[in-house]
Design a protein around this ligand. Structure first.
Ligand code: IPE
Ligand code: IPE
Ligand code: MG
Length: 252
């Protein structure tokens, strides 16, 4: 992901939306526990929230929406919960891919694919292939994703090039490393939202978040909707982004 800015979509509700919004969809388990329901039900309702937010993102003129769907560290959860989360991803792609494609959504996946079951890999590839020429909204799904792992993988790639004599180590700078991350063509997130009240990144887009505005909202992910997204965007619009300089740039 680079720093390039993208224009707002024509026909959107508003023009001050950030180009790239990234969301840490947290609080499914607590949402369910508060209602005496199994955690799996929270995850299932979380997928409904995701559908709402993809639609709202279209309407608000967001160009890139990145969602944190399964972290490298989520493997430490019980096997049954991991099974539920993988099952939901499978169903989401099987059920929603056609309508995402119809709506002009381009799907991209970041994260480690090695070691994933082959049917999941096939679904992820199918989603990317089918939607590759769409231009309305890019939905980046961070699945089996960890920022440290992504950065380490980029470093390994560059080290290999040096070892094979194909690269002079002096050419390695922040730009080169950034260009070797999972989706170097996608601009850095302008706004990162985390639901459920937690105020941490949990290994999400740590490189790309260097100048992102962070907004933490208290509501759990299954309750997140267009109004909540608009609230976070309004907070973003009040921020002054300076990128290390002295002159404030309006957030959007
Ligand atoms: C987010 O909800 C979904 C994933 C992390 C996959 P959680 O499952 O983390 O819900 P809480 O944080 O336990 O409430
Ligand atoms: C971050 O949430 C990962 C996803 C939303 C996929 P977690 O619930 O795993 O994060 P921690 O463990 O509370 O930091
Ligand atoms: Mg959580």
């Amino acid at each position: 992901m680079s720093n390039a800015a993208a224009p707002a979509t024509e026909g959107s509700d508003r023009s001050d939306a950030p180009a790239h919004v990234a969301i840490i969809m947290d609080g499914n388990g607590r949402w369910a526990a508060a209602r005496g329901l199994p955690r799996a039900e929270g995850h299932r309702r979380g997928v409904d929230a995701l559908r709402r937010v993809v639609r709202a993102s279209h309407e608000l003129g967001i160009r890139y929406l990145t969602i944190f769907s399964f972290s490298s560290e989520n493997w430490s959860r019980p096997a049954s919960e991991i099974g539920d989360l993988f099952g939901l991803l499978r169903r989401f792609i099987r059920n929603d891919l056609a309508s995402l494609h119809r709506d002009g959504v381009k799907v991209r996946i970041i994260g480690e694919r090695e070691g994933l079951e082959s049917d999941i890999c096939a679904l992820l590839n199918e989603a990317e292939e089918l939607t590759r020429d769409n231009t309305r909204l890019t939905l980046v799904v961070a699945f089996n994703y960890g920022s440290r792992q992504e950065i380490a993988k980029a470093a390994q790639k560059l080290a290999r090039e040096v070892g094979e004599g194909r690269r002079n180590p002096d050419t390695i700078d922040a730009e080169t490393l950034g260009a070797n991350l999972d989706a170097p063509d996608i601009p850095d997130p302008d706004l990162i939202i985390r639901t459920s009240g937690e105020q941490r990144l949990s290994n999400f887009l740590m490189w790309q978040a260097a100048y992102s505005e962070l907004v933490f909202v208290p509501i759990h992910w299954p309750d997140f909707d267009k109004a909540a997204l608009e609230g976070a965007i309004a907070e973003f619009a009040r921020r002054e982004r300076r990128f290390g300089g002295l002159v404030a740039k309006t957030a959007s």
